[in-house]
Design a protein around this ligand. Structure first.
Ligand SMILES: *Cc1c(COP(=O)(O)O)cnc(C)c1O
Length: 423
């Protein structure tokens, strides 16, 4: 095990991103491996939040157009800052809503059932909220979700095969909704391939980027993806409930938003107060109401860090971290009854590791008692996310060492094998 620590130290010393760790509030007592659920606060995000509080304090209503970051333009400005992370044009991206409300907006806009093409294709492993949104959008169109939502099956309950998704792209599918990275196993789907196949069949395709944005570079425009949506409180470190985002390919820029509201107006028209809606000519059209300024504010600081660190470098380190993790698990816990369910190949591996164990809940509690913060997913999953911007290789080494101790001493048996209210 001591070789593990020296390897970790060496990797840390060679890490080009290591100075970014000092920008974050990382507890010296903890090993935080839950940045895929809630990213940590950075000093820059804290500062930008205070800056916007100050503009409220100092300008009152005039904060919409005055101060360091006039609120009226923030959503567009942050959308443009996000664009480089996902390979989009600035005008194709807007910071708005939440993952779920954004999916509602996008389906209300792009799901136009016509004759026999009246179904939505998703997968059986997606996050529940996305499925609830799809079902309710079908119901709103008087379509029975049991018949009109098709969910691609997983062969092993854990991963998806692109071939199976493509086989389900039949003539009755109007829209496809898939995750970029599966929230449980961390599998990264081949978005470009799936998009090409969907388009060959005249099907629109949109991706949920919650588990990849800020950790994996995307090339949405190049791939021709029709639309995408995400949250910003996971890898983007925007804080609890921070405002999400929407991407709509410019070829759809004339698509009228399904859910209209005055903040979707062309900026210069909004305050004409007319009852005829003039939507913005870009992704801004998909905004609905007044932006949640104080929940957007931390992103100003946080996204600056991503511009400096560069998303390709972040992905490179993230892959090194997860590879090191998998290596250590194999060498230090060879006979633990864990099953590593995350893809091992670089092409398919997302930014977190996913282990299964019948006593996962107890093990997570035992880890937490030892100040290692994992993420439990019912019924038997442990997610561990080493985040490139603030985790070290030594964190990974320490986490595996502690996990190994917990398994050997069986101290996890002291904890009840059931989940808490959250996770
Ligand atoms: C985190 C996450 C959500 C959460 O949706 P919110 O509207 O932000 O609460 C939805 N879908 C996926 C895939 C997620 O990872």
């Amino acid at each position: 095990m001591s070789t593990g620590r020296s390897v970790a130290k060496k990797l840390d010393s060679q890490d080009e991103l290591r100075h970014f760790r000092d920008e974050f509030y990382v507890s010296s007592e903890q090993i935080y491996l839950d940045g895929n659920s809630l990213g940590l606060l950075s000093k820059r995000a804290e500062k930008s939040l205070y800056t916007l509080l100050d503009s409220w304090k100092n300008y009152g209503i005039d904060g919409w157009t005055a101060g360091a970051y006039p609120w009226f333009y923030l959503s567009e400005q942050l959308g443009a800052l996000t664009a480089s992370l996902i390979g989009a044009k600035p005008e194709e991206v807007i910071t708005t809503g939440s993952t779920t409300t954004n999916l509602h907006q996008l389906l209300a806009t792009f799901f136009k059932p016509k004759d026999k093409r009246n179904k939505i294709l998703a997968d059986e492993l997606n996050f529940p909220s996305d499925i609830y949104a799809i079902k309710s959008q079908l119901s709103l169109k008087n379509l029975n979700p049991d018949e009109h939502l098709i969910q691609v099956k997983s062969r092993d309950g854990n991963l998806l095969q692109e071939e199976d998704i493509i086989a389900a792209m039949t003539e009755d599918i109007a829209v496809i909704i898939l995750p970029s990275v599966l929230y449980r196993s961390g599998q990264l789907l081949d978005m470009q391939y799936l998009t090409e196949e969907a388009h060959q069949r005249n099907i629109l395709i949109g991706f949920d980027l919650c588990h990849s944005i800020g950790a994996i570079p995307h090339h949405l425009s190049e791939a021709g993806v029709d639309f995408a949506f995400w949250c910003t409180y996971k890898h983007l470190n925007g804080g609890p409930g921070s405002v999400g985002g929407i991407y709509v390919n410019e070829r759809h820029s004339s698509a009228e938003p399904g859910l209209a509201g005055w903040f979707g107006s062309a900026k210069e028209k909004q305050f004409d107060m007319e009852h005829t809606f003039t939507p913005a000519a870009d992704a801004g059209a998909y905004q609905i109401g007044t932006p949640h300024v104080l929940s957007i504010a931390p992103l100003l600081g946080s996204l600056e860090i991503f511009q400096e660190a560069k998303i390709d470098k972040i992905r490179e380190k993230s892959l090194q971290l997860t590879a090191f993790f998998i290596e250590l698990l194999d060498s230090e816990l060879p006979d633990a009854t864990f099953t590593n369910r995350s893809p091992v190949s670089k092409e398919k591996r997302g930014p977190h590791i996913y282990l299964e164990h019948p006593e996962a809940a107890s093990i997570c509690k035992a880890l937490k008692a030892r100040n290692v913060i994992p993420d439990f997913r019912t019924p038997n999953g442990i997610r561990l996310a080493p985040v490139a911007l603030y985790n070290t290789f030594e964190d990974v080494y320490e986490a595996v060492r502690i996990l190994s101790e917990i398994m050997k001493s069986k101290e996890y048996k002291n904890f009840k094998n059931e989940r808490g209210v959250i996770a």
